[in-house]
Each structure stands twice: as C-alpha cells, then as structure tokens.
Design a protein around this ligand. Structure first.
Ligand SMILES: [Mg+2]
Length: 327
C-alpha cells in the first residue's frame, strides 16, 4: 500500500522562546475535548498545564507569540509570504473556476505586494496559469503550481519540470480507472504530474464507490512507478513523486537572505509536507474552519482571522524604512 499519509510526528521543542518552536492551538477560546485530542494525535498542544512556559491560557498564547512574530517582521529588511490558494485564500467551490478569494483579501494582498517590501509567492496544487485570473491582483506574484512541478514567474516565464517517463506512463494507465469513477459522478483533473479525482459536493454515500473504482489500480501503479496516492480535501490524487509544496517553499526560502522572516499559510493535507519541512525556518499557519491534526504552528479560521493576520502583516511591513529599521 503506497498511500502516503501526512507526517505529523516531527518533535517539537517546548522550552525555547521563538515562535517557530511552539505549536499554537487556536486564536480564540479554549479547546474542546475533541480538539485537544485531535491536536495530540500528532502535534504538541501548547497549554498552560503542559509546558514549562509561564502559565498562560490557550487563548493568550497565540496572541503573545504572534505579537513577537509581527515585531520581528517590523524590524526585518525583507519578508516572505507563501500562500496556498484553494481553501486558504478562497473558499472551495464545486466549480474550481469560480473559486474566488474571500472578500477583502485581494485588496490586502495588493497592498502587501506593492507597499510592504514583502515577496509574495503562491504555492498551489493547481496549474500555475489558473491562479492569476482568479486572484485578480494588480501585480502578479510568483506562482508555483502542480505541487511544485510548475513555476510561473512574475514576468510570465513558466518553468515546468518534466516528470520521468515511467511516471507519466503510470498516469496514462490510471486514466482508465479514472474514467470509471467519472461515470459515477467524480470530476477528473489532469495535470502534468498528477491525476486527481474530485468528489466535493457529491452525496457522501457515493464516495466509497468512486474511490473503489480507482484505488486498487492506482495502488498497484504506485508499486511499479514513481507515483504516490494522496488524499486531499474532497478527493484523491495520483501524483508523481519528487516534487511537493515543501520543495517549492524551501526553494523560495533558500533564495531569500538568511534570517528573512517567512510564513507559509495552507489548509489541506497537501500542505503538511511544507508545514513539516519549514519547522524552525518559517511560521506555519493552518487556515481552516475546523482544526485537525497538523504540523502547523498556528490555526486561523477564515475569513476573519485570516484577514486580521494579513492586515497585521501589511501594517507591520508598512512601518519598515528603507534600511530595514523601524520608522
Ligand atoms: Mg488548499
């Protein structure tokens, strides 16, 4: 069985003061019992009763840590903001072509890109070319698509990594069973390095049948070719191994000056690779209406908490002078 599950097991250090070394539970309110349980499945829960920090409530902790983060952002010469799109900046839509950003997000991002000395990079599972029109930003940012296989630069130059031929052959072979799932109502999405089945919006009782139409065939292909099966919110995907969002995020991060404050915001299990890879190197933020087990440090509920986070980013960066000092 080659299904690759998210890795949530990276150990966390409890006693250091940097925000990047804490797991923060949520931005408001105490955790319900089932939420605590979900968090403990894979990550440490920062809780007054469970760590050696001065006692603080779960409600206070994120704010204190975020205050430290934004103070650092305000002092830095440059900054890097990496963002997933679907589910993070935009609510899901059954028709992906209609998935527009939450109200107000485009305006804040425009301001961050143009006025705040921040490098903004989109990192998505979609084709890179799809996002520019959906976002509608005044200045197009760099966009990584297809989980790191495509890189669309702000000047329009598109770089596509070619997947190994045997992996491409496996995707071709996988199409036959995908067609069966399509007959049952699933939507097929073909990308240069993956084949995805979407069942978002369909009756839940039909999902097992659609999954069964592909799972055995796709699992067999995983044993023969460099492809892997990955679940995501609302579907399943057969993906060529070798590129992930973590690859994209680390590549961009390496291009920045050392110590550049960086953050990565995502919602899905396909963002967990990046959350894990960026531990200790960037602020990682799960953006999602409900908490789930995650390697991210902070959980924000869209759209309100997301909007506040981005506004704070904008304001922190707007007060940086040209020498990287506070104005
Ligand atoms: Mg997403």
């Amino acid at each position: 069985m080659c299904t690759r599950l998210p890795r949530f097991t990276a150990p966390m250090r409890r006693h250091e003061s940097s925000i990047t070394q804490f797991v923060v539970a949520r931005a408001a309110g105490p955790l319900a019992a089932h939420e605590k349980s979900a968090y403990r499945q894979g990550t440490m829960l920062l809780d007054a009763t469970e760590c050696d920090m001065p006692r603080m409530s779960v409600r206070q902790a994120p704010e204190m840590l975020l205050d430290g983060w934004f103070a650092r952002l305000q002092r830095a010469r440059g900054a890097l903001l990496m963002l997933d799109y679907d589910g993070t900046l935009a609510p899901f839509h059954i028709d992906p072509a209609q998935a527009r950003p939450y109200p107000g997000i485009v305006e804040i991002l425009d301001a961050i890109i143009q006025e705040s000395r921040t490098r903004v990079v989109l990192i998505s599972g979609r084709r890179a070319g799809e996002l520019g029109a959906l976002l509608g930003l005044r200045v197009r940012p760099e966009i990584w698509g297809a989980h790191g296989w495509e890189r669309l630069l702000p000047d329009g130059a598109l770089h596509i990594e070619r997947a190994p031929q045997e992996a491409l052959n496996a995707l071709l072979a996988a199409s036959k069973s995908a067609d069966r799932a399509q007959d049952l109502g699933a939507r097929i999405e073909r990308k240069p390095s993956s084949l995805a089945l979407h069942w978002r919006g369909l009756p839940p009782e039909r999902v097992p049948q659609m999954r069964a139409a592909v799972e055995d065939d796709w699992s067999a292909l995983c044993r023969r070719a460099p492809v892997e099966l990955l679940e995501f919110d609302g579907g399943i995907e057969l993906r060529v191994t070798g590129r992930t969002k973590a690859h994209a995020a680390l590549t961009v991060l390496r291009e920045c000056e050392q110590d550049t404050p960086a953050a990565f915001l995502g919602d899905d299990v396909t963002d967990e690779d990046a959350f894990a890879a960026l531990q200790g190197r960037a602020l990682t933020v799960l953006v999602r209406p409900e908490l789930r087990s995650t390697a991210a440090q902070i959980w924000l509920r869209p759209p309100q908490e997301l909007s506040v986070f981005l506004q704070r980013w904008r304001h922190a960066r707007e007060s940086v002078d040209c020498d990287g000092l506070r104005s």
